[in-house]
Design a protein around this ligand. Sequence first.
Ligand SMILES: *Cc1c(COP(=O)(O)O)cnc(C)c1O
Length: 394
Amino acid sequence: MNVATFLSKNTKNHTSNNSHVPPIILSSSFEFQDVDQSIAVFDEDYPSYVYSRYGNPAIDAVAQKLAKLATFGDEAMDAVALITSSGMSAIHVLLQAVLKPGDAVVIQPDLYGGTLELFHQLLQPLGITTIAHKMEDLNSLEATFKQHKNIRGIYFESPTNPLLRCVDLTAVQALAKQFGITTMVDNTFATSLSQQPLLLGIDFVVHSTTKYLSGHGFMTGGAIIGRDASFMLDQVWKILKLGGATPSPFDAWLLGQGMRTMELRFDKQCRNALELAQFLSEHKDVAQLRYPGLDTHPQHALAKTQMKKFGGIVTVEFKTAELAKRFMNRTKLMRIAPTLGDMDTLLLHPASSSHLRMPEAERNAIGITDGLVRISCGIENLEDLKQDVQDSLG
Ligand SMILES: *Cc1c(COP(=O)(O)O)cnc(C)c1O
């Protein structure tokens, strides 16, 4: 059964009017027939919509789809998904639910830039300390867990942005579990179609649904999915609702519509990425090519064990900054835009955009050199894309 069929069979179309495409209820509140019904609803013994910050049919329908997709293959797992107004608000809500003042959290040094700033600028002043640590070295990670008794959580991405480093999800979660540490993974790059951290024992997954899940570059959104249903519906929900991180029903509806073609898009994006990666890796201007699906990737063997597909992102390091710039400026089909997972192939020069504010030495130390270009492959015809790449190279 493919994902589209699975979701269609296992999630309800929340409508009462039989429309094939579900309607969007753009109403901030829902009416009561009388005061007694209002009292019953506010007393929570009458399941009904009340106010769209608490819930709306479009929001609930797509959250249910995300939970099912995250656990596709293990129908016994009762995961809960909650959706938010952006990937950042999903991350913020989850971290606020898991971490308390005095806690420490182990993070990757090269997390998504916004997430790093969130840790440093919003959580640090609240008394939540971060310990940056490479996730590859498990012995040293264990020593860190032993040394700091206040480590409450570990937060990382796999593959990472933009260098596509992979983390052994099973090994890290097993180690964290021994120390009672909560595991949180940003699964935006891989998506649930390729990688399902919850099935490997990870406690919480977040997504920026702005990217592959909605897939058309027309909205921003985020999702939090957890295996502990009561923690999700109690702690996480409380912070989401009171902090007002709720998405608009319209964006939730766009996400639901985007998800219907996600598997087709992602298949094509992954195929385009593999072909472009092979093509580019042979070019004389290229110093290094990173793609988890190529056996030249240092963690290709690991990627094969935990990813079903290797994703739509290819990172190419040109020999010089000038070659990178020339490539980006010459393209006709590919576009320069700071997002990913879109239907169009998009280019980003991390050193002068997402990592511009990072000091050069620090940037080079984590591998973000001036020659690096991130390519988020779209769904274009492969031959057209290859031609554009060829014409843009020297
Ligand atoms: C884009 C992105 C985010 C932030 O999501 P927004 O929807 O922009 O708030 C977080 N993590 C990763 C890996 C991303 O690519």
